[in-house]
Design a protein around this ligand. Structure first.
Ligand SMILES: Cc1ncc(COP(=O)(O)O)c(C=O)c1O
Length: 357
């Protein structure tokens, strides 16, 4: 497909592979409309724009996420309010959200939108989250950047909410080097996003603009890459789950070592295999393990630092926060690439065992 894109000389933005990539993703996720974009961050930005979120509005979102989710809220001038995780999935706590929405409705301070993040390849508990949002007429955006290929009660990640977003950034389960997609059930939303992403050019012979637009479309060349990778998605999910199972077998019995749970409501991709390390029980803390792995030339990383602890967002409210803080303090992400061999996995397991006192 890539050679076709090059051979056809269709290197410019837009073209047949963009249309086909959107159609294939819609079929895969079972959502009627999609627009391919230059990044997942652009998709989040446009999701908020087409919902009309702006200055004076609050957007509530998971505190345990990558900064892109919160940054997009600031791009439109809205105020982020962070929400703690639940232990069962590490994702946005649905009970905390439901109570807080109830309270906000009582005080006439409802947010304009909620962004639920599907962390590390696992869906949030999306049914109660969507029900709470519906009850109060609050829009829901599903940030499925890390969860393409996962399911929630049999339905694909990225098919929930009024709008959802995907990322094809370099580290994601499928990648176009950089890219993203905005998906939704409203044609008007996706048409508006496509318009804004194409410099808000009005339909006229000359260049006519009545709105400030963006240069956010995905190129035809990168869409061709995305299509080839999408065709390989199932293999990648199985490879990542196999890595997860290997690590669980090799490390699951270590004292103080707990893997990110796979919640009963869905099937995770294990995009990244993550665990928490109880330093007292294990005899070494998370950073000591990361250092030990680094000495063996193995890259491991801490779990996301929650947004409410980030200096840039510290002024904003957070509902709860202790669960996300503990996950950050103790959490480690292990090497999880789709092409790891058993020898690679064995090396990681052996290196972790060597950190035992
Ligand atoms: C949860 C989450 N949301 C949004 C993004 C942004 O995607 P992108 O890097 O394609 O802009 C990422 C990852 O990069 C992410 O992990």
């Amino acid at each position: 497909m890539l050679t076709d894109a090059v051979a056809s000389n269709w290197i410019a933005p837009l073209g047949p592979h963009v249309d086909a990539f959107e159609a294939e993703m819609c079929a895969r996720i079972d959502v009627p409309y999609a627009v391919a974009l230059s990044s997942g961050t652009a998709a989040l930005h446009l999701a908020l724009e087409v919902l009309g979120v702006g200055a004076g509005d609050e957007v509530w979102l998971s505190t345990l996420t990558f900064a892109a989710t919160a940054n997009a809220v600031r791009y439109v001038g809205a105020t982020p309010v962070f929400i703690d995780s639940e232990r069962a999935s590490w994702n946005l706590d649905p009970a905390l959200l439901a109570d807080a929405l109830e309270d906000a409705a009582y005080h006439d301070r409802l947010p304009r939108a909620v962004i639920a993040v599907d962390l590390y390849g696992q869906c949030a508990d999306l049914e109660p989250i969507a029900a709470a949002c519906r009850r109060h007429g609050v829009a829901l955006i599903e940030d499925a950047a890390e969860a393409l290929g996962a399911t929630y009660r049999g339905r694909p990640a990225g098919s929930f909410g009024d709008l959802s977003i995907l990322s094809f950034n370099g580290n994601k389960i499928i990648t176009t080097s950089g890219g993203g997609m905005l998906l939704g059930r409203s044609k008007a939303h996706i048409d508006r996003a496509r318009f804004l992403a194409t410099q808000a050019r009005e339909p006229a012979r000359h260049y006519e603009h009545t709105t400030v637009g963006y240069n956010y479309r995905l190129s035809n060349l990168l869409a061709a890459v995305g299509r080839a990778q999408l065709a390989d998605l199932d293999r990648r999910v199985e490879a990542r789950r196999a890595t997860n199972a290997y690590y669980r077998r090799g490390l699951g019995d270590l004292p103080g070592w707990s893997f990110m749970p796979e919640a009963a409501f869905g099937r995770a991709t294990a995009w990244l295999t993550c665990a928490t390390i109880d330093a007292a029980a294990f005899g070494a803390d998370r950073d000591a393990v990361i250092d030990r792995l680094a000495a063996a030339d193995i890259e491991a990383r801490p779990v996301w630092k929650p947004m409410h602890l980030q200096p840039v967002f510290r002024a904003h409210r957070c509902l709860g926060g202790a669960v996300a803080e503990a996950l950050f303090r103790d959490g480690i992400c292990l090497p999880s690439g789709s092409n790891l061999t058993d020898a690679d996995r064995a090396r990681v397991v052996a290196a972790v065992h060597k950190t035992l006192p």
